[in-house]
Design a protein around this ligand. Structure first.
Ligand code: NAP
Ligand code: ZN
Ligand code: ZN
Length: 348
């Protein structure tokens, strides 16, 4: 028997999100049913709801920073029991047979990961729907355990913002002695500051917003560089071992490449659209690299949550009701978010 569900959905690329009723699939043997408590608003929700990444699939219930309580488990579920606090991120399935899936990098599945929303369900038909809703049914392999000491509101954004920063920090071996630049102090950026700080790095916040500087320091930044201040950018040139760039729009990456040391890498996680022309001369002369990274696989997402549990790391959140979703979208676009909107799903 399917489960009737309520949520907030985008019906097209231009209208505000509206209340929406739909069905969640019946519980299969390895499925977990979750009553959603909090759901974060990621800038990727906005890009997709507005078809900024190409034509999207509507109706669309966005939301891939999902925290809730397990309310039912299938007959073969081993990892979860009723009452557990569980999380769901950006993907709910993958092929499970390619090399990436075999290495627990389901986010890089060679057949394409199956998204939590804005994605057809290849096994059962219909569209997957995300976390701005009251319940969700997901196979246990794609559900993670949330450490009990973490505040659940602040833990929701770990499911995307947290893992999106944790994975490149780990892949590029962030460690004491390294200087890590985080570009953009939004949802992703503030998690990047906290995580890189906890990994023992020197953290430099690179921001367009001077008024966020004091917050950056409180979050764990050792220094703040205002990117519009050319003399500050010149003073910081050649100082960074790793940069994670979260700017959500097409932009000129060259000023940030100048901040890299020789052999250092800038990982672009924000702009999925092409960036402006890259000054290859500056890269050649310093053997520098530009790379990309998308969220993380399920084992690493669990590792990130456990790391956050050990270090007491959660997101700084502004909790809103469902009726404020559209306003929160506008404020996120204006970079007016301190530092993640999280929807209290009990307001649905
Ligand atoms: P967000 O909360 O809106 O933060 C983005 C920050 O970037 C802003 O707070 C602002 O920080 C800075 N910024 C905004 N516009 C800018 C501009 N025109 N020039 C320079 N800086 C600008 O967004 P988010 O949720 O962190 O997501 C950031 C991007 O990452 C989005 O594009 C999202 O789709 C993408 N994303 C990627 C992945 C992945 O796996 N690769 C995962 C999640 C999200 P300052 O005020 O400090 O300058
Ligand atoms: Zn996201
Ligand atoms: Zn695969």
């Amino acid at each position: 028997m399917t489960f009737p569900a309520k949520g907030f959905a985008a019906l097209n690329a231009t209208s505000p999100l509206v209340p929406f009723e739909f069905e969640r699939r019946a519980l299969e043997p390895t499925d977990v049913k979750i009553e959603i408590l909090y759901s974060g608003i990621c800038h990727s929700d906005i890009h997709q709801a507005r078809s900024e990444w190409g034509p999207a699939l509507y109706p669309m219930v966005p939301g891939h920073e999902i925290i809730g309580r397990v309310s039912a488990v299938g007959t073969n579920v081993t990892k979860f029991k009723i009452g557990d606090i569980a999380g769901v991120g950006c993907l709910v399935d993958s092929c499970r047979s390619c090399a990436s899936c075999g290495e627990g990098l389901e986010n890089y599945c060679e057949k394409g990961m199956i998204g939590t929303y804005n994605c057809a369900d290849p096994k059962r038909g219909g569209l997957n729907q995300g976390g701005y809703s009251d319940i969700i049914v997901v196979e246990e392999r794609f559900v993670v355990k949330v450490p009990e000491n973490l505040d659940i509101k602040g833990a929701a954004p770990l499911l995307c913002a947290g893992i999106t920063m944790f994975s490149p920090l780990r892949h590029w071996k962030a460690a004491p002695g390294m200087t890590v630049g985080i570009v953009g102090l939004g949802g992703l950026g503030h998690m990047g500051v906290k995580l890189a700080h906890a990994m023992g790095c020197k953290v430099v916040m690179v921001t367009t917003s001077p008024e966020k500087g004091a917050d950056a320091v409180k979050l764990g930044a050792d220094a703040v560089v205002v990117s519009k201040d050319q003399s500050a950018m010149a003073a910081a040139a050649g100082t960074m071992d790793l940069i994670i760039n979260t700017i959500p729009v097409t932009h000129d990456v060259n000023p940030y490449i100048n901040l890299l040391k020789r052999d250092a890498t800038m990982v672009v996680v924000g702009a999925i659209n092409p960036v402006e022309a890259v000054n290859t001369g500056a890269m050649i002369m310093g053997r520098k690299r530009i790379a990309g990274s998308v969220i993380g696989g399920l084992p690493e997402t669990q590792e990130m949550l456990d790391f956050c549990g050990q270090h007491g790391i959660v997101s700084e959140v502004e909790v809103i009701g469902v009726n404020q979703i559209n306003e929160a979208y506008e404020r996120t676009i204006k970079s007016d978010v301190r530092y993640r909107f999280v929807i209290d799903m009990s307001t649905l």
